[in-house]
Design a protein around this ligand. Structure first.
Ligand SMILES: [Zn+2]
Length: 267
């Protein structure tokens, strides 16, 4: 994993934060992939490459692409400039004027997801944050909204995916379970359905390279929503190239549509 240390400025309150940007990584072996598009990867890796963060000062969410940023290398060059070819960079000067002490004492750490989240409540905390981001959906671009909604969908599905693992199988609840679990189940089920309906509308209308393969995502969404006829007609109208590329997915989807099943599956 290759990481570059950068400093990013919160676009809301101008506080600077440290941020490790993931440049490249190696994956070992073939990942396990699921019908909702999630593939098993090192989870640390997934959370290292999130495109947004939450400011520790003003508590607003922000996207790295909207930030002013400088690299640690640029700052070190300023503090200890080489004799020749040194160009003073205005943004670094500005940064150092306000943050020199905090920078030298390593007090500009930004960790998102926050390090104090326990693994037990990690997914719940993330889902809460996704919902908070979606509350101000009018300020999000379509790309960002799609990203958050797909990530939200996959994280709610994690409760099923990992139900034998460390997460509580809340979506496999039965009458013996406590009232509190029932309440949480109802809450997530409501979020899940609203999210998938909105995602279906969004993906039906988007075009372009970023959304290549979105037909496959739409088939899965419609099936998970229980709209089996829609899912079937999407499969019937799929581009032959996509059909060939995703033949395992399509074969398994058709089987589940016939059984009227909304379950996620491994590819
Ligand atoms: Zn801020």
């Amino acid at each position: 994993m290759q990481i570059e240390l950068k400093y990013v400025e919160c676009p809301h309150c101008k506080k600077w934060h440290a941020h490790n940007e993931l440049l490249s990584y190696n994956t070992l072996g073939r990942p396990v992939c699921w019908s909702d598009g999630k593939c098993s990867r090192d989870e640390t890796l997934e959370y290292e490459s999130m495109p947004y963060s939450k400011c520790t000062k003003c508590e607003n969410f922000f996207w790295f692409e909207d930030c002013r940023k400088i690299t640690d290398y640029e700052i070190r060059e300023h503090i200890n400039p080489p004799k020749k070819e040194f160009v003073e960079k205005q943004l670094v000067t500005e940064f150092l004027k306000e943050n020199l002490e905090d920078y030298q004492e390593n007090k500009l750490d930004l960790n998102y997801p926050p390090v104090n989240w326990s693994w037990r409540s990690f997914t719940e905390n993330l889902i809460e944050d996704f919902n908070e981001i979606l509350e101000s959906v009018d300020r999000l671009s379509i790309d960002k909204e799609v990203y958050i909604r797909i990530t939200l969908w996959q994280h709610i599905n994690d409760f099923i995916r990992h139900s034998r693992g460390r997460l509580i199988p809340i979506l496999k609840i039965n009458s013996k379970e406590s009232k509190q679990n029932r309440k949480r189940y109802d809450q997530y089920e409501k979020i899940r359905l609203e999210n998938l309906k909105r995602l279906s509308d969004l993906l039906t209308n988007v075009k372009g390279e970023t959304y290549e393969g979105s037909e496959i995502t739409l088939i899965e969404i419609e099936r998970e929503l229980g709209n089996f006829e829609n899912a079937k007609s999407l499969i019937e109208n799929i581009d032959p190239i996509d059909e060939h590329k995703h033949k395992v997915f399509i074969k398994k989807s058709l089987k589940l549509i016939a059984k009227r099943s909304t379950k996620i599956f491994r590819l």
